[in-house]
Ligand binder design. Structure first.
Ligand code: GLA
Length: 387
């Protein structure tokens, strides 16, 4: 399967650039099982990789030129001179791969140019990390071709830096780490403070379960203001509480911390979400470890309520998915990703997939919302070289 995809992408590269690529790489999108808006608070997250990937065919150049083409965007080959690529100069999709090349060069790596052709099956704007997949696939290709020797974690850090500094989106490290480091059949428990990771077996099929991803098709963007406002609020709260990051507020100390924030109602809500969400990631890790996948359902539902009521980043479509799925028999459901649209995840017994899917689709029709896209999420592999 992946050999067929690699062959097709390599062939298109040849048509575009006149000869075949030196190699072909793939990096996946992700869904986050639990741990939302905790990554820029030094907290815990638990994403897993999707079977949907960004695939890149790449060859080196020596003349300082980066040529970029995507099958998913209209337009021809973009040409970027690496010595002219500066942060926030590019508002197009090309900012992601160009940002990666810029970040590698800024870190002292001798990247002298490349020809790149990309094809992605990760839906854009669905909260499934299509941009992280794009960054990671290009970073891995350049790492291999130029012999840079960076680890998965090193690549993730570099890609986050590219997105923060070059693209201008103040995101955390979760998505890039998921795309670079996930393992098939596992969820990734990541401590975003020291980047230590644990692969937690997560074989839904073996337990007769399924995890559905419902893309509401409400588009979101993280370079917009709301994500940054939440992040700034969390940083202000940490400063008022005298801690490095909200990660340092233990779950058992939450009430004391909230008291100390006095009348700062908005900050109190942000802190309550982050502290309880970190606790939920630990709870889910323990439940999965002890084979209690069904028991994570209520924890997912609590996570959604916290994002909706305290962090205030849900929307009518996401709430409708969650409420409808639970009423139709789902074990758990919550929005996933940055919020303000994008996707929700739904944990269901295999026998309930059809009924829950139908209920959600009918509820969207009744509410006159755009038809959602529903797919099954199978925990898949992180970034790899295909050929
Ligand atoms: C986006 C960001 C991540 C993370 C999530 C929210 O996906 O890219 O770094 O902050 O939102 O959990």
């Amino acid at each position: 399967m992946s050999e067929t995809v690699a062959g097709a992408v390599a062939e298109r590269f040849g048509e575009l650039y006149g000869s075949g690529p030196e190699g072909v790489w793939a990096a996946p999108g992700r869904v986050n099982l639990i741990g939302e808006h905790t990554d820029y608070n030094d907290g815990f997250v638990m994403p897993f990789a999707l079977p949907h990937t960004a695939v890149a065919a790449v060859s080196r150049r020596k003349d300082g030129l980066l040529r970029l083409h995507s099958a998913d965007v209209e337009g021809g080959v973009a040409r970027i001179r690496l010595d002219e690529a500066v942060p926030e100069s590019d508002r197009d999709w090309t900012a992601y791969p160009a940002g990666v090349a810029w970040a590698l060069r800024a870190a002292g790596h001798d990247v002298t140019g490349a020809d790149v052709h990309l094809e992605s099956t990760v839906p854009a704007g669905a909260g499934l990390s299509s941009s992280a997949a794009l960054e990671v696939v290009v970073a891995l290709a350049l790492n291999d071709l130029f012999g840079l020797g960076l680890s998965g974690s090193g690549l993730a850090r570099l890609c986050r830096h590219a997105e923060n500094a070059y693209v201008g989106a103040p995101v955390g490290i979760m998505d890039q780490t998921a795309s670079a480091c996930c393992r098939a059949g596992h969820a990734l428990f990541l401590d975003t403070r020291d980047l230590s990771r644990q692969q937690i077996p997560f074989d839904l099929a073996a337990e007769g379960l399924r995890l559905l991803v419902v893309d509401t098709r409400v588009q979101h963007s993280h370079s917009g203001g709301e994500y940054g406002k939440r992040r700034a609020g969390c940083e202000r709260a940490a400063a008022l509480l005298g801690v490095d990051a909200l990660r340092d507020v233990a779950h058992g100390e939450l009430d004391v911390a909230l008291d100390r924030l006095g009348g700062e109602e908005e900050l109190r809500r942000l802190v309550r979400h982050v502290v309880t969400e970190n606790h939920r990631v630990e709870q889910v890790a323990e439940l999965l470890d002890s084979g209690g996948t069904r028991a994570i359902g209520p924890v997912l539902v609590e996570g959604h309520a916290s994002l909706r009521d305290d962090f205030r980043i849900s929307c009518a479509e996401l709430d409708l998915v969650v409420d409808t799925a639970l009423a139709a028999g789902a074990l758990g459901a919550r929005m996933t990703g940055g919020g303000f649209g994008g996707s929700a995840i739904v944990l269901v017994e295999v026998g309930d997939v059809a009924a829950v899917t139908r209920a959600v689709e009918e509820a969207f029709t009744a509410a006159s919302f755009r038809a959602p896209r529903v797919c099954e999420a199978v925990p898949s592999a992180g970034a790899v070289r295909l050929r």
